[in-house]
Design a binder for this molecule. Structure first.
Ligand code: NAX
Length: 329
């Protein structure tokens, strides 16, 4: 029998956790490999009780691949021996709260978790979902000594999935007909969904959707504002779609990317596409399925796209300045 993979999820008692845990345990993410879930949430009795309740439900699904659940309020226990850490837990942005305040509020969480990951994790791969996810990823990676920065990533897969759906809807095709969609930059309203290199049935999107005004305007806005639109409609932020994107993200890194395709995630910038060094910028990636990825090189970038990519990566540089004291030299 294969040895179990230990997978940590932080903020596991929250709304994304509730949609995510089942799909990590069921075989959908790691195939037939057994899974032991390490669930972390705040060490507050009511929250730990809720966490136990969620764990009971996951157990009651009877997944043959689930070989155990550890519930804890201690990051050192949560990260002990894990191969994947999904860092979801963070405080949500309150009404009227500035982005810089959210960054300062949540940043310290990722200092402690980065340090705990360095102490406990094995062949670690960590992804950050908790916002602002690119900058939180930078903080966690910076405080995780001994683990290469390339083992950390930030989730922009939800933005990719949202963009794919918008293009499919406009072109009157299905989601599966759209491919090669890159999200560049930050998981924020400044992100740039690159429609110029995306494809529909293998053809470049601007050749299929001959409505440049919509592509450069309505499309970008629909993707950038989708999170707000969901809050307005549902009264709560995206949870099931975020969990689904997190599963896609883990699978993207765990499996070899099919020939001619790519996916998006925030990764340690190597300077590709003029993204500054020292930030986690979303870029087009291919995985070898064995633990390494490469940034896809040579995509043509128009002046319009270059301006958008500069704006979103500049925002990441500004966010880094806000948390400079939380980064290890
Ligand atoms: P919830 O508020 O439902 O859950 C968050 C959970 O995290 C709570 O159970 C809370 O107790 C826990 N938590 C807080 N601080 C913690 C800490 N220091 N250690 C462990 N657990 C801690 O939020 P939810 O809707 O699940 O969203 C979680 C995060 O995902 C938020 O930061 C949210 O902004 C972010 N999102 C990121 C997305 C992305 O695409 N990258 C999209 C969805 C989502 O908005």
């Amino acid at each position: 029998m294969q040895s179990p993979i230990r997978v940590a999820v932080t903020g596991a008692a929250g709304q994304i956790g509730y949609s995510l845990l089942y799909r990590l345990a069921s075989g959908e993410t790691f195939g037939s490999r057994p899974v032991i879930l390490h669930l972390l949430d705040l060490p507050i009795p009511e929250i730990q009780k809720a966490l136990e309740g969620v764990a009971m439900e996951v157990q009651d699904c009877g997944f043959p691949t689930l070989h155990g659940i550890v519930c804890t309020g201690d990051p050192n226990v949560a990260f002990d021996g894990v191969s994947w850490a999904l860092l979801v837990g963070a405080k949500p942005r309150g009404p009227g709260m500035a982005r810089a305040d959210l960054i300062r509020e949540n940043g310290p969480i990722f200092v402690g978790q980065g340090q705990a990951l360095a102490r406990g994790a094995a062949d670690l791969r960590a992804m950050v979902v908790g916002n602002p996810c690119n900058t939180n990823c930078l903080i966690a990676a910076s405080n995780c000594s001994g683990v290469p920065k390339e083992r950390f990533s930030a989730m922009t897969r939800l933005d990719q999935n949202r963009a794919v759906h918008q293009l499919a809807q406009k072109a009157g095709v299905t989601n599966g007909d759209v491919s090669n969609l890159t999200i560049f930059g930050n998981h924020s309203e400044s992100m740039y969904p690159d429609f110029e290199n995306a494809r529909i049935h293998g053809r470049l999107v601007p050749d299929v959707i001959q409505d440049g005004e919509w592509l450069r305007g309505g499309f970008l806005k629909a993707v950038q504002d989708r999170g707000k639109a969901i809050i307005a409609a549902r009264g709560k932020s995206s949870a099931a779609s975020a969990a689904s994107a997190a599963i896609d993200h883990v699978r993207d890194f765990e499996t070899k990317t099919p020939a001619g395709q790519w996916f998006s995630a925030g990764v340690w910038s190597d300077g590709s596409y003029s993204a500054p060094l020292g930030i986690y910028a979303s870029l087009p990636l291919r995985s070898d399925g064995l633990g390494s990825y490469q940034v896809v090189q040579g995509l043509p970038i128009s002046a319009f796209a270059a301006g958008k990519i500069k704006a979103t990566t500049d925002e990441l540089v500004s966010e880094r300045a806000v948390v400079a004291d939380l980064l290890k030299a």
